[in-house]
Design a protein. Sequence first.
Lengths: 354, 354
Amino acid sequence: KKQYRIAVIPGDGIGKEVMPEGLRVLEVAAKKHGVSVQFDHFDFSSYDYYEKHGQMMPDDWKEKIGKHDAIYFGAVGWPAKIPDHVSLWGSLIKFRREFDQYVNLRPVRLMPGVPSPLANRKPGDIDFWVVRENTEGEYSSVGGRMFPDTDREFVTQQTVMTRIGVDRILKFAFELAQSRPKKHLTSATKSNGISITMPYWDERVEAMAKTFPGVKWDKYHIDILTANFVLHPDWFDVVVGSNLFGDILSDLGPACTGTIGIAPSGNINPERNFPSVFEPVHGSAPDIAGQGIANPIGMIWSGAMMFEHLGEKEAGKSIVDAIERTLAERTLRTKDLGGNADTTACGKAVAEMV
Amino acid sequence: KKQYRIAVIPGDGIGKEVMPEGLRVLEVAAKKHGVSVQFDHFDFSSYDYYEKHGQMMPDDWKEKIGKHDAIYFGAVGWPAKIPDHVSLWGSLIKFRREFDQYVNLRPVRLMPGVPSPLANRKPGDIDFWVVRENTEGEYSSVGGRMFPDTDREFVTQQTVMTRIGVDRILKFAFELAQSRPKKHLTSATKSNGISITMPYWDERVEAMAKTFPGVKWDKYHIDILTANFVLHPDWFDVVVGSNLFGDILSDLGPACTGTIGIAPSGNINPERNFPSVFEPVHGSAPDIAGQGIANPIGMIWSGAMMFEHLGEKEAGKSIVDAIERTLAERTLRTKDLGGNADTTACGKAVAEMV
Ligand SMILES: CC(C)[C@H](C(=O)O)[C@@H](O)C(=O)O
Ligand SMILES: CC(C)[C@H](C(=O)O)[C@@H](O)C(=O)O
């Protein structure tokens, strides 16, 4: 049986605190389901590393982690010490681009025992995925500035959509929709305002839909779509969007379910030509770092997604179930959820439930 | 005393049904506060007009309405009959561009008696404005497609920010913030991902802030900002964003307060070189058009904003107060708010409260 090699990168702040709990739960689930995993630890992609070396990662980072089966990532960024464009573009965004992780995947799910800001919704009502294009679109590097410091000054930045880039994310999203009971895909657009790239996106959605006759699909402009996340979160099953729209929806969705602090994410290269990155949605959280009170569930849930991506569905599912059962049992919870358990206690509780 | 000339354009669908109620209330408020208004009615900017003339507006539309003090607008668009890029770009977006209505302004306000999708919020908790840049940014006409129908196909569209365009919307937003008790401005950005235009936006915000030392300001990336609209709507006072970000926030905000069906908006040229357009946030609503059941409050509230823009603060305020009192009195409400009053009855009720 194959042994998986996982690159472990705790990163900054609470990333370092929640990582041990993620690993704890992964070890238990692996053992229980006969999954063989080797964890290799790396200290780069962190402020500490940057301070010593003047860059976020070693020159040979690709050789170091490019052959691993996946990357298990804590959190990166510490805006007070190092600008985002150095820390994020020097690690996370580099992974996305250079490992061609063109899918950013996040669940939006109302979990038992997690207070949602929405009125009158119960677990089971909201359960969908946001699929975000992760390499092109609005996050391009084409553009510039002219006539600086005059009244004529202007700045442009291009949104870029390629046939290859759009089609592959849509294919992933349609396939995901097809694999689910509701078989329903929603596309985020804004073709009534963004009149060149967005009509193209719509056109490719329509073309792709023809090859998935079993999937019902619809589309909403991003403005009313964000409104519908709040008003009708039960309408959605799989939602696909461009880099920017997906970014917005995959923060708003977890916010609506109260899970922004515990939601997981995957930056995925579906062809497995490169390792995919699994990381909690939350960042390094400098404000609470060092206190041992961070909620490790986002890290743990990301581990479940990683196992599922590797094909170890049972092991992945056992972790998600353990999280749900831990949350349903209201006695043990971290501060963000109104309790006073520490990070380790919460990690141990989930591990026991696996 | 000056007589205001208002161009009245009901447009399509429920626009035609709510307009008479808007006018009814405006007449009452005008009379009460000694405001002299003349209403000139126009049938263009509608599907009916398009059907007869093959275009949305007459060639001389600018001469016809360009000298009015304001435009009171119902709704436009009927996607099943006419594509959005014809109907919207042939009227609404034309007004914005050619009348230089560079401010799009919308209130986000929890109203008494309106069910909000958010848990545990009461009237008074949420009360802010979204200020949206309305002429440039992501809604540009620069871009195109190459290598159609091949694997090399790509499409680009530029986001364009000009010094003049960015500075004037920021100035408007800072001034609005300064005029309010909290004096707090929030800027929507995404400079960690959209790496050329958004850092420029941030730079201009910082520069403008220096000339408004009395205003406290902060900024959030658009992804977490949409999350905070749901999680912490009480944090905001005035929120300013680019054309796209403002568009999203000004639908999401009213959704969070349950007022998407009754919220007003202004497309404003602050210098009054051209008429500004005041219209409800809702569209023409083909699904309920013709039944006389549409809620006229968005139209009426837009009239209040129009009076305020014209400098008739008292008259405007009396209308907003009348709306609040009508909503607080739960017996009379239209279907969308769970009642069975028709459009006219609701309009009359508000008129009586003025
Ligand atoms: C109709 C559409 C082009 C428009 C926009 O995006 O500007 C609408 O959503 C609005 O907010 O007025
Ligand atoms: C850190 C930032 C560049 C990033 C993004 O916008 O992609 C983040 O918001 C995310 O969603 O991973």
